[in-house]
Design a protein around this ligand. Sequence first.
Ligand code: INI
Length: 155
Amino acid sequence: MIEQIQGHLAAGKGKYAIVVSRFNDFITAKLLEGALDCLRRHGAADDQIQVAWVPGACEITIVAKKLAQSGRYVAVLCLGAVIRGQTGHYDAVCQQVVRGVGQINYDTGVPAVFGVLTCDTLEQAIERAGTKMGNAGADAALTAMEMAHVMEQVK
Ligand code: INI
């Protein structure tokens, strides 16, 4: 019989941190709503969730890393929205946040989930913030719960 490690989709008893950026908060507030709704519907109580707001996507990782290092959380969700239409430094912002979130995983051993939309247009972002294409915040919450359980088993 092959032993298989799998994460199940339930919040469990651990705490979840969510770092969400205020830039494009018309979108990011919807991502946060989706993440909170998903965590609660999978059994999380409000005292298992902490939310930290930061100015923009570039500021997500410094706070997310601190929270991950604290040892208080089973996963850290990183939520933001970078939209090309508005900026000449879209690629730089995206690169910084993608690399930063990935690095948190390796540096801390706590799953840091990438829930940052990187879209060409506002319409694409709206589609991923609770309309046609689902809600990337809820997707991040599912990944966070699954990874929390996987990490518990590979400790
Ligand atoms: N931050 C975002 O979260 N999304 C964006 O689309 C964005 N644009 O367009 O520039 C953005 N810029 C701000 C950046 O994240 C930092 O907050 C800022 O550069 C200060 O460090």
